[in-house]
Design a protein around this ligand. Sequence first.
Ligand SMILES: Cc1cc2nc3c(=O)[nH]c(=O)nc-3n(C[C@H](O)[C@H](O)[C@H](O)COP(=O)(O)OP(=O)(O)OC[C@H]3O[C@@H](n4cnc5c(N)ncnc54)[C@H](O)[C@@H]3O)c2cc1C
Length: 410
Amino acid sequence: MTTIEDVAIIGAGLSGLTLALALHSQSIPCTVYEGRSAPEDIGGAIVLSPNALQILDTLAIYPSIKHEGYECETVVFRTQDDQIIDAYEIGNEEKYGYKALRIYRHIIIRELLRRLSENHIPVHYGKKFLRICAETESQVTWEFSDGSTGRAGSVVGADGIHSRVRQYLYPQVKPRFLGIVAVAATVPSCLVDIPRGYHLPAIIMSPTHPGYIIGSQHPDASEVMLGRQARSVELDRDGWDALIADTRWCIDFLSDGAEGFPPVIRSTVAHIRSDRLNVWPFYVVPRLDGWASDRGRVTILGDAAHAIPPSSGQGANQVFEDVWTYALVRGRGGGAPSGPALRKWSRGRQERIDQLLGFAEEMNRRRMINTSSVEKTYTTCSMTEYLDLEWVFTPDYPQMVQDWLESSGP
Ligand SMILES: Cc1cc2nc3c(=O)[nH]c(=O)nc-3n(C[C@H](O)[C@H](O)[C@H](O)COP(=O)(O)OP(=O)(O)OC[C@H]3O[C@@H](n4cnc5c(N)ncnc54)[C@H](O)[C@@H]3O)c2cc1C
């Protein structure tokens, strides 16, 4: 009789919890260990695109969160004098099966935890992973910061951008700061001057100031999020904490030059509250050669493997692709980890991330904010053709996994 080996998942963020559910759907037992003492209730809303919603639908999460987010299909680009000059799709029910869903992260986490509990999948809080002690032919042992140890058939590091599990595979790799922080505020939309029929979300560009992104949140659009990106030197943890606590700086940065922007921006800026601010320094993980150990018993995924620039709008969405395809690979292997299969999986995943980074660059070209390029935009752009985004939004995951596993090479 084959014994299906259990999986230890480190981290109860979006990737860890979704992975637990995905493995459960493949009849692979797992346990989640989270360093924090309680479920995460921080961070802002994220935009889920059709490629992630397809997975959350398959896992029966989407129907129970859909009504708690704001649905939208297109982001428009506007000039400082409020002319729409471009647009691109972030979802489309007719073409891709789903509208994009802007939703608070804690809602998805809450729903995932509810489903894990229903399925008796254990989640242990206050268990901070420290290091892998040994990986053998049949199991992995590791140590927690409280001195206790664990043992499982395999370990998956879903422990975010500063992953400790990654240190086992890549002791020298450190996340790289992109020199940019995003500052965002949320404001009740009843305080914002939004003209009738005004399309949100919108990116409003300026030849003289950093542009804004503004979008609706909550199913009834009762809140708007206003964000802007600032250049920054890298700070240490205390430095970032101090910046986040410096609400005066955040508000001043969001307000700087707002008088030259349309009323929707001016009225939002006028109502920013110091307790509704968020600061997000942009880090990426350098491109890694693979995400699994030779034996395949230690793997990383999600932000631990590939935190990618936010301009792609795909950071969280790629997390769902990682976990779903990982579970499909494990399911096809009868539940046992296989080094060669997981190498093919991580190569296939990395190729897709690379394609998405190319896509992000294209988006960046459209979000140009330096003076010369904005002038160019103003003079040459009319509404561009929609990009062909089927490859982003409607992947056939089982086929993708099959193609990877049948591919040649190590
Ligand atoms: C403010 C903000 C806004 C964002 N907006 C968007 C967006 O609009 N669109 C988008 O696509 N993406 C967005 N992202 C990115 C997206 O949220 C991430 O890509 C995604 O959350 C990564 O999920 P993850 O589970 O891999 O990592 P994380 O969410 O970082 O979760 C990792 C978990 O592991 C735990 N952990 C860490 N170390 C240990 C340890 N040693 N032992 C045990 N547990 C540990 C952590 O406590 C955490 O719970 C945003 C991120 C932030 C911060």
